[in-house]
Ligand binder design. Structure first.
Ligand SMILES: [Zn+2]
Length: 262
């Protein structure tokens, strides 16, 4: 069920690690960010949008991990976008004839048969350095960085004071680094600095997984993520309260799936 979190911005939360799909209302329909997880959830979302008289006019995937790349035919045939690096990463995966079996193995076993893979990752590359998502609605600024996954985009909807953080600034999951990158810790700290640079413009924070927060949460989660990553860097032990909940969601599984392995 979609729920409004700011003027013209709604979310639909999955039961799978509180995954948030973001719906942004434009002039002729909506932009859908990270469309959803199970087929039933995406069909329910498509039905909700039809009742609201809001067709999907564009899609966007924040980063090239399966749980942000799904789609359902009932959502229509709008163009779906990702950053150039994100799109290159998923094309690389899809170019392997055995991609479906590989991804199927990585899915959470209890809901694997409910996750439709047919339309996974069929996104169009935006040119490098594209500043805004091309669509007819409130400006959505792309803040690209290399933390968590290649070409990861955080999105700032300036007119609404909303930051869509992708898989950062979560209250449910600890920071998950892109372990395939040359310097994952520095990438993460750089991304946190980028997000801190826009924090003053943010009233509502929507993480890829977890609860929506206000301006105070932006600062608190930036601080919490920075402390966690610094502790990793220093080889120390973190007492981050999210470690327990992350483990409950199958932290080892989540780390595999989110650490660039898809
Ligand atoms: Zn995710």
């Amino acid at each position: 069920m979609v729920k409004q979190v700011a003027e013209g911005v709604l979310i639909n939360q999955s039961e799978f690690i509180q995954s948030n799909t973001v719906v942004v209302q434009g002039r002729a329909g909506v932009l859908l960010i990270d469309p959803g997880i199970t087929g039933d959830e995406m069909v329910a979302l498509a039905n909700d949008l039809r009742e609201l008289g809001q067709p999907v006019v564009a899609g966007f995937s924040t980063h090239p991990h399966w749980d942000h790349l799904l789609w359902h035919a009932k959502l229509g045939e709008a163009p779906r976008y990702g950053t150039a690096r994100c799109t290159a990463a998923i094309r690389d995966v899809l170019s392997d004839a055995g991609w479906k079996a590989r991804i199927a193995e990585a899915l959470p076993p209890d809901i694997a048969d409910q996750i439709p893979l047919d339309l996974l990752g069929l996104i169009t590359s935006l040119p490098r350095e594209t500043a805004q998502i091309p669509w007819d609605g409130p400006g959505v600024r792309i803040i690209e960085h290399q933390a968590h996954a290649p070409g990861h985009a955080a999105l700032l909807i300036e007119q609404r004071g909303v930051l869509v953080a992708g898989d950062m600034l979560s209250d449910a999951l600890i920071p998950m680094l892109d372990l395939n990158a040359a310097d994952p810790i520095e990438d993460y700290l750089t991304a946190l600095r980028l997000l801190a640079g826009v924090a003053g413009d943010v009233d509502i924070l929507i993480p890829g997984h977890g609860s929506v927060g206000g301006a105070d949460q932006v600062r608190a989660r930036l601080e919490q993520d920075r402390a966690y990553v610094n502790a990793l860097h220093d080889g120390g032990v973190s007492d981050d309260p999210r470690i327990g909940p992350s483990a409950k969601h199958g932290w080892e599984w989540v780390s595999d799936v989110h650490a660039g392995q898809l």
